[in-house]
Design a protein around this ligand. Sequence first.
Ligand code: ATP
Ligand code: MG
Length: 164
Amino acid sequence: MERTFIAIKPDGVQRGLVIDRPNKFIASCSLLRKILKPSGYNNQISEIISRFERKGFKLVGIKIMVPSKGFTQKHYHDLKEKPFFNGLCNFLSSGPVVAMVWEGEGVIRYGRKLIGATDPQKSEPGTIRGDLAVVVGRNIIHGSDGPESAKDEISMWFKPEELV
Ligand code: ATP
Ligand code: MG
């Protein structure tokens, strides 16, 4: 079955909004609970996970980590000529990232639809970036852009035994 790599970037993790009713997945995931505020739950993480869950995609891997700068340079190697490359890699390695693998028919392409256009100013309302982000350098989430990058990114971020 098709799989894609999705990451909640440091801005998505650290917004730290609080909700009174965490979703079932977050409540049962001790790994995620560790990074959530004692007063409640990081709404941004559960909001993003919920959108993929509600669509019917299946979460087959998740972890939280602070990637090194070198690791983020490898992750975004396609963009190394871009003027924003250094800032982008600095930012992605500046704090905790929630790395995930989602599975389902058409999940690579449809996952990108759920995420919305790269620039949140151009993302449609109803998409994750359209609803939850404002500027391109802080667009809160990453998704693989095709089968090749999905395969490469999954194997870069996860060991096979970390996926169910
Ligand atoms: P991602 O790979 O993070 O899912 P994307 O595939 O929509 O995003 P890319 O072209 O791969 O877009 O760009 C990677 C990231 O680089 C974007 O998510 C954004 O944070 C940043 N970025 C893209 N264009 C710009 C820009 N013009 N100025 C600043 N940052 C940018
Ligand atoms: Mg991309």
